[in-house]
Design a protein around this ligand. Sequence first.
Ligand SMILES: Cc1ncc(COP(=O)(O)O)c(C=O)c1O
Length: 404
Amino acid sequence: MTSLDRSTSLDRTLAEDLDRFRAEGVYKRLNHLESPQAARVKMEGRGEVIILSSNNYLGLSNEPAVVAAGRGALDRYGAGTASVRFICGTFDVHRDLETACARLVGTEASLSFVSCWNANEATPATLLTEQDIVISDQLNHASIIDGIRLAKAITRCQTAVYRHSDLDHLVELLRAASDRRVRMVMTDGIFSMEGSIAKLPALAAICREHDAVLVVDDSHATGVLGANGRGTAEYFGMVGEIDIITSTLGKALGGAAGGFVAGSAAVCDYLTQRARPQLFSNALPPTVAASALASIEFLEAHPERVTTLRENAAYFREQLLGLGFKPLAGETPIIPVILGETAAAIRMSEMLLEEGVFVTGFGFPVVPQGSARVRCQISAAHTRADLDEALRAFRAVGTRLGLI
Ligand SMILES: Cc1ncc(COP(=O)(O)O)c(C=O)c1O
């Protein structure tokens, strides 16, 4: 007998749940791409579609210099690190990447991880103790939420959540935590489901006043916000003023994988010594590190990509409004159109795909009940022709659904 011949009680329970997801119209079908991430991709069974749901904000996933760097690293270093970092799994390209990440976001040092998920899990769980507290925005990314849950379980630190962007509430929680040794505040830079930007100047001032450490997850803002794509801090003219920045290499910076924590040399050194994902898991493959490094160098040499991204996003938002849609207000390349029920968002995304435009629908539990949405993400790689074709699809589907 093989495992294929028997189904366990777990398999049967899961199969029932999966059937329920299908019946409720919330089952996610994976679409397989047969070409690199770009404005237009080849999707298995569908042919060419315009992508409006990728984090490839700067179009670097398929940038020749970025691909060539990965290929060169494969030749130079081989497939992987074959070890955790402190044993013998650190290559010079990791150090070069970390220098570049710190330079980009304006901190003294940085430390790479295999994902920003890992970076967010490592940060509070490694840096805090039972005497400390971490306070989180209600709409923070799942990796921050789970990172904080893990920190609480491992360190027994206190935790608290403030209502989304409600800084009066944050102050209240900080006042109540005045006896804690360390107060850490964690926020997304750009909130990924809303496309809104954290109120960084006020947050930083509050943290200074209450002697709290501010941690900003800039995964959707690195390469995106600020004239040179240096992130939320640059957008607000605050480069060098944020205590700790976490970010991903899996979105604007080449899109392969990986993340980093950037901050003081002491923070990065402590994480090197003690963060469990560093001590017990392999480092980024050198190919990925080299592609990410090449992406940062490309961004530094081509800030005009960021300008194109900003112009594309403004154009698409304006045109959507002109068609009669009501996207959430904002100025980032994340443009959500709220539909209400999860099934409605999934239905609209399926209809758009029929029209050759790939936009993902998001519902509960990713976003709060009743606020399901299709979320458009614009890239510098989109041409006006791509955006206009996508807008024609939105008009056709919006009219059929009675939304406009
Ligand atoms: C705000 C935010 N933080 C962290 C992550 C996780 O990044 P990674 O894919 O590098 O684990 C994401 C990915 O969706 C994100 O949107």
